[in-house]
Write a protein that binds this ligand. Structure first.
Ligand code: SIN
Ligand code: FE2
Length: 237
C-alpha cells in the first residue's frame, strides 16, 4: 500500500467513526483561505467534502473525448423549459430529461449509439473518493457530465432516479469555482453554502443520499471562454 493509499484508508476510517458521532457545525469555508482548509471535512451528516482530490487536467482530456462521441446538449425539462447547464454522459447508463420526464437511457437519444464507455480511471477515481468519504465498494455505472457557462445554474433538486439509493453520489468539480447549496431533507432553506473549486469532490450517501441540493448561478463576469464542469457519478441500476 502506498503512503497516499494508507493516508486515505486512515481518513476513511476516521470519517466513518466521525459520521456516527455528534454533528460538527456547518462549514463556513468561504471565511477561510483555501490553504487552511482540511483535506476532508463535513458539510452535513454523511455529506463529505474532499478538497482538491481530483486530477483535473486528466479529467478535462477525458471530458473532451466523451464530448467528441456524445456532444453536450441543453436538455428540456418535463415542464418544457431548457436547462442552462449543458449535459452529456459516459458509462452503461446516461441520465436524460425531456417532456416525458427524467430517466436513464442505455443509448444517446441524439445518435442512437450507446453512451461512450466510462474510462477506468474515472470509475477508479469515483470509487476512491467514495471510500475516502466512508462509502467503500462504490461501482458507478453512470457519469453525468455537466457543463456550466457563466450564468448557468442548477435549481434545487434531489437525485432520485436511481434504482437503489444505498449507493452514494460522487460529484467532481472542474474549472471555474461555484457555490454548491446543500439543503438536506427539506428544500426549504437556508442551505449550507459550499464554495467549490477545481478538483474538489463532494460525496453524499446513507441518510443524506436523497438530500436536496443545487448550484448557485455562476457569475457572468467570469473571463471569456471559462467554464465549469461537474462529473456526477452514480449507480443507476
Ligand atoms: C448536480 O447536483 O446535479 C450538479 C452538482 C454540481 O454541478 O456541482
Ligand atoms: Fe444533483
Amino acid at each position: 500500500m502506498s503512503g497516499v493509499d494508507w493516508q486515505h484508508t486512515v481518513i476513511a476510517v476516521i470519517s466513518r467513526l466521525l459520521s456516527v458521532g455528534p454533528m460538527p457545525p456547518p462549514l463556513q469555508t468561504e471565511l477561510l483561505p483555501s490553504a487552511a482548509l482540511p483535506a476532508v471535512s463535513f458539510v452535513a451528516e454523511e455529506v463529505v467534502l474532499l478538497r482538491r482530490f481530483a486530477p483535473t487536467a486528466a479529467l478535462r482530456s477525458a471530458i473532451d473525448a466523451i464530448a467528441a462521441a456524445a456532444p453536450f446538449r441543453h436538455l428540456s425539462t418535463p415542464g418544457g423549459g431548457s436547462m442552462s447547464v449543458a449535459m452529456t454522459n459516459c458509462g452503461a447508463w446516461g441520465w436524460h430529461s425531456d417532456a416525458r420526464g427524467y430517466r436513464y437511457l442505455e443509448r444517446d437519444p441524439g445518435s442512437d449509439l450507446p453512451w461512450p464507455a466510462m474510462p477506468l480511471a474515472l470509475a477508479e477515481l469515483a470509487a476512491r473518493a467514495a471510500a475516502t468519504a466512508g462509502f467503500p465498494g462504490f461501482a458507478p455505472d453512470c457519469c453525468l457530465v455537466n457543463r456550466y457557462a457563466p450564468g448557468a445554474q442548477m435549481g434545487t433538486h434531489r437525485d432520485f432516479d436511481e434504482h437503489d439509493l444505498r449507493h452514494p453520489i460522487v460529484s467532481v468539480s472542474i474549472g471555474l469555482p461555484a457555490v454548491f447549496l446543500w439543503y438536506g431533507a427539506s428544500r426549504q432553506g437556508p442551505p449550507t453554502r459550499v464554495p467549490l473549486v477545481d478538483g474538489d469532490v463532494l460525496v453524499w450517501g446513507g441518510r443524506a443520499r436523497a438530500g436536496y441540493h443545487g448550484v448557485r448561478r455562476l457569475p457572468v463576469r467570469a473571463e471569456a471562454g471559462a467554464l465549469r464542469y461537474n462529473l456526477t457519478f452514480r449507480r443507476a441500476r
